[in-house]
Design a protein around this ligand. Sequence first.
Ligand SMILES: [Zn+2]
Length: 401
Amino acid sequence: MNPKKATHQQTKQRNRDLVLKLIMENETTSRAEVARLTTLTRASVSEIVSALIDEGLVEEIGYGDSIGGKAPILLSLVADARYSIGLNLAQDRFVGAVVNLRGEIKEMVEVPVNDRNGEQALQIVYQVLDQLTSCGWKPMVGIGIGTPGLVNTSAGVVVNAVNLDWQDLPLASLLEKRYKLPVSILNDSQAAAIGEYVYGENHPSDSNLIVITVKHGIGSGILINGRLFQGDGGGAGEIGHVVVQEDGTRCRCGKTGCLETIASAKAVVERARLLAGEYPHSMLAQNSRKITLEDVEAAWRKQDPLALRVAGDAARFMGSSIAGLIGVLNIRQIVLMGDMACFGETWLQAVREAVAKYSLARMAEETKLEFGTLDFRAPVLGASAYLLLDNYSLLYTRLTD
Ligand SMILES: [Zn+2]
């Protein structure tokens, strides 16, 4: 290949990606605005925009306000120009959705897992995807999957997912063969982080963000300059299995005292059941074997001593782990999502206090810790968005039907 030509081709593609990214990130924009923000010439922007309109990705939607001279023609992304599928392999149910370019869910399928694993769990993945791919949403550009466990995204392999009993499962290639679509595999907490980054509130383009998901387990996803940072082995953000209490509880990973054995929603419930005997006056003490997360949350709001202890411990250890992340990365925007969010602002405040206690004062002060606004949809949306953010070229297929 002529190297000069290749470079020209690459520049062309890069410029096209740049223009499309800007149009995707804004509700509406204009050619002049795109030219200003990308520093491309008006002529190149016009040429690229024409091509995007031809491909059905962008449309003109009327005129904007004039700032002296001709009123600009407003451009907008065609939300339904392409679709992708996002799938989250959560603990108790697999949830999949057809999503358009604006993150609107068009179709959703949920299948309870009922502790099925190995080949049977793979069959559920097929079941969900068979349904979603046969719904007729076209053009479909790809499938993104968020799965618990350690994932090698570039190889498309689930390295180790304990609950699903998958080791070195080449999930991407299995699904690509079956559905003839590009497939990306991500850790579920990383997928949730992308979902929050792309569709959550107040995350500017190319910014940094850490999203921590607390459910049965605890994981996090790290975005640096708007890109997912996965580390050398794909496990960046896997804070749930860092030991924080040497004499703590045995963890499902085989170690003792991992963060998730004290700060996960599951741990909070289990510890409340276990410690109820020490708190005979707690409102949780009666019927302690049937304590649920909702019970602990209600008790927390009433300042019940047992609830204060178990949820307080969770906040403290979570805060200390977040302090570690802040010390290493100095990322100022941190979002917490998942089951512990039901404990509300007072619990979040307890986490913030622990963060302040365990980090350099100045760095903690500059850090904003908030709850996420997306619910269970975050990993589903994130899995589908990753596919596109990572490879815009998937979008540039001419409509054939
Ligand atoms: Zn562990």
